[in-house]
Design a protein around this ligand. Sequence first.
Ligand code: GLN
Ligand code: ZN
Length: 769
Amino acid sequence: MTVQSGAPPAGATVYGCPRQGRRRELKRAVEGYWRGRVDAAGLHRTAAGLRRENWLRLAGAGIDEVPTGDFSYYDHVLDTTVMVGAVPGRHRAAVAADPLDGYFAMARGTQETAPLEMTKWFDTNYHYLVPELGPDTVFTADPGKQAAELREAQALGLTARPVLVGPVTYLLLARPAPDAPPGFRPLALLDALLPVYAEVLAALRAAGASWVQLDEPAFVQDRTPAELAALARAYDHLGGRADRPRLLVASYFERLGEALPVLARAPVEGLALDFAEDCAANLEGLAAIGGLPGKRLVAGVVHGRNVWIDDLGVSLATLSTLRGLAARLDVAASCSLLHVPLDAALERDLDPEVAGWLAFARQKTAEIVTLARGLTHGTGAIAAELAGRRAALAARAGSGHTRDPAVRVRTSAVTGADAHRREPYGKRSAAQRARLRLPLLPTTTIGSFPQTGHLRAVRADLRAGRIDTAAYEEHIRGEIRAAVDFQERAGLDVLVHGEPERSDMVQYFAEQLTGYVATRHGWVQSYGTRYVRPPILSGDVSRPGPMTVRWTSYAQSLTERPVKGMLTGPVTMLAWSFVRDDQPRAETARQVALALRDEVLDLEAAGTPVIQVDEPALRETLPLRANGRAAYLAWATEAFRLATAAAGAGTQIHTHMCYAEFGDVLAAIDDLDADVISLEAARSHMRVAGELAAYGYPRAVGPGVYDIHSPRVPGTAEAAALLREALRAIPAERLWVNPDCGLKTRGWPEAGASLEHLVAAAREIRAQL
Ligand code: GLN
Ligand code: ZN
């Protein structure tokens, strides 16, 4: 393929950068401020330094329009709430008294006031603070942060483009305020919000912005005609103003679909589309409307949220097709680089073979610049990069690290029967009843027990070499003894070992499976100052040996009561990792499932009567558009069953999920065919119990009666009331009693008291049955 030179030069840009800094300086400064160790001026100075470093790095790499306003002390949706003055009533006094402290109060709450709710940003692991809007919300424009950051970048002599959450997406991400009347929808506030956005845009133009980016990712999801009409109205309004900068409306994570013609017709000067995640669909969509004559197209060809080097040849071909479809074409990553780590070059301990396949934010930036150069000056100008990339991709495809023939033989031999328990639920539950002899309303927990500062210190000692493995493991056994002792004294029926050996439920297994690699510096923001280091699925997965058996068996050796083994399910093992891009997720899930299947059989052979396979991420990786969901749920549930179905009838398989919205995946939950499922329910007043009953769910359920996300200790009466509520939906023979989730983040005093109350509540209700 050759790309002709001669057309107008292609620019290179990105929509946002990782915020934390190379040494997570932002985390340290913000947390220092919360503890009173850093003052506001110090925090602002650190932040300004990090922004400057990001911009200079981008510009130095060849990015010719840098983003501004993407930086945040906590979350950019919360920043938008401040920008439009939508501070909830309960926080207004604090924000008026001190804007920075008020900002953090909205994010984290105070002793007296609850924070805003937090939820996942589309299908990423980034969490945003949910705007709370009601009919009384009065919007006022506060362009201060956006204008100031624009000026900072301009002062460095850079061309900068402010990036804002678009007004329609902002409203679609919002929830009705607690006091809003039933049926109120935040989108009803659009006409009040638009003049405020217009004012912010005018202020940015006055500050020297020639382009402003408005992100409308909500339109990569299925939208109603009314929502599409709102989109059209919004951009007619904003585009119709004379005192505005040029507008670039951005979408990412999926195809724009029905919203593409709406925005193509709108009086805006540019669109940014994702050509990495669903390239063909956006290409077809553009071709169908005859391209974007007269407009700027920003093409997100470099995948913005995977960690893999780009196939530059393929991207260049896409770009050259796009070139004929718009007046100006720029190259970008498909979404903000917020969702990938900063720099793969920092990973000096990685297997150099794998390291050569990785591209984090810094490497992706270089790829974008290379592609823009190739587009502008022709293929010849980047011949060396193209050849190097072809060689790296060929090496990756043929590498023994990527492909393990034994794994491939095994996955391709899987049959439908492998993914089904041999006995139907009726027979299994009879066998399990006979074996376990549990009372009605059996009590259990979700797996983890409090992880104390002492435990974390011991783990740090092991990593630093201050203690050896034997000393560490002795300590872990002590934690298990304490957990088992407590559970026996508290009178729980099915015990757990408490998971003290795991600092993270995915990382623990990733470290023991082949096909996963861990990074040292690969931090990405999860929320606020919380950063995670997801493991990377880089090759075929297998299990060299048992991963959990000795800890579970040790716990079982301490007690007569049944101990539940504890595994992380295949869907969650993928969802909380970076997955490979060279094979379908379904294939990777199947490999992980087979490794877990072996673990289930080893646990069973060691005498473990109950095995829980957690799938808290099943609901969260649901595709953004409805037409992808059936296929996803089919492979996801199959992977779970593949992991669990080899268990004999007398082995009780549990699963667990959190995050209260299950309404649209009830059939998938049923498809898991787990003997017992525990779900988060305490916060949502047992809603899920009613939903499962209405669906006709046939197996045992443990809706949580203790909200572990709060340090509050629920009393016996409160837990008993929740159980009575659950019993209205689920018959006593199929009802379990447990908390909402694991107790890892709780302290012993409150977790202990809460579990004692939970057991007392179960006994009280049993006595009345
Ligand atoms: N077994 C895990 C625990 O108790 C489950 C955690 C989760 O659902 N997120 O910690
Ligand atoms: Zn959970």
